[in-house]
Design a protein around this ligand. Sequence first.
Ligand code: HEM
Ligand code: SF4
Ligand code: SF4
Length: 385
Amino acid sequence: MSIAEQPVSLVGLARGLQGATLEESRRTMEICNACRYCEGYCAVFPAMELHRSFSNRDLVHLANLCHGCKGCFYACQYAPPHEFGLNLPKVFAELRRESYEHHAWPGALAGLFQKNGLFVSLATGLLLIAVMLLSALLVDPQALFGVNRGPGSFYAVIPYEVMVALGSLSFGYAVLALVMGLRNYWRESGAKQVGGKALALGLHDALTLRHLSGGGHGCNDTHEGFTQSRRWLHQAMMWGFLLSFASTSVATIYDHVFGWIAPYSWYSAPVVLGTLGGFGLTIGSGGLFWMKFKTDPEPTAQRNFGMDMGLLAQLFLVAVTGLALLFFRHTSAMGMLLVIHLGFVLALFVSLPYGKFVHGLYRFAALVRHHADQRAASQEEGSAS
Ligand code: HEM
Ligand code: SF4
Ligand code: SF4
């Protein structure tokens, strides 16, 4: 057995990863590797077939490759009530969450993944109060409750320097913690060399959510029937997030490079991108929120419910308050809407590295590694024959 195949010691993987989850994942993969009925379902099965035994790091990689489509649960002859009781989507969802905790940076904050819904709610509540207090202390109540129009009107409610400092500190910290977590994940994943082709294929699969399409006919989103709802709602949410991010980036360039002060006109790039992003986020996160309650709970990890709902609620609230701010920016409601929106945005930023959001990065990394592994395996096969 090569070093890469050696089981990684449980002691070395102590934070976050639970022996019981790893053992159940291993047992399931060993049975699946003998059965292989689901081999055309998603990337997990071809990746599994590259192994004869499963180290802890292999299992963490496979869990992050799984998109939780539940197809293998409803198809499985060994699912409950069979005595084997296999439930791959559930155990992999649990292992994924444990892997987020294990790779979190700094390690001292890893516990925030536990009771994540509570953490997200507290962060949101506290930051809302903090921004309200700041505004009340720093500006005249007239500015907060009066009508402010024209360039610079937002800064009459929250001073420019304060807004820039709060935004850049919280966002800068989030980026640092996310990058460090991803680096920890990648280092421990045991990935071999990755070329541009694997990177491009991984990016394509991530951006199109290929593995939530069930090979074209859809996934078992809420029950045994096939739909594409989850995939399209997630696409609306993910692209909505990216467009909103693009809107903020363009607005920053307008402000710092060209000296054009917000608010901007309806047809300006930041407003068009922000409006599209806001609607995408609202529809996507709202729809997924609703689907969570309709979903058959058996092939899901109930332990992750708070974490999933926490991010969905945050994205929904950021989007709805952002759109409200846009539509009512010339009224007396603008001041309070800005304060509330900023509170939700800051809470989202500080909780990004310690919640569901990290899955986007880990899944992308797992997809890239998957393509690199598949290429290496086919090259090995080619040179052997
Ligand atoms: C801006 C980036 C992203 C955001 C804001 C985001 C947000 C979310 C949220 C809130 C959920 C929970 C919703 C639910 O299951 O009902 C979710 C689920 C999911 N996401 Fe993302 N995501 C992002 C990027 C990605 C990427 C890049 C991938 C694929 C590589 C991905 C794949 C999935 C899958 C498969 C699920 C369903 C399974 C699960 O909950 O673990 N996401 N996403
Ligand atoms: S999930 Fe069940 S049916 Fe599918 S490969 Fe595994 S054991 Fe076979
Ligand atoms: S739940 Fe879907 S994505 Fe995950 S292993 Fe099963 S078939 Fe693959």
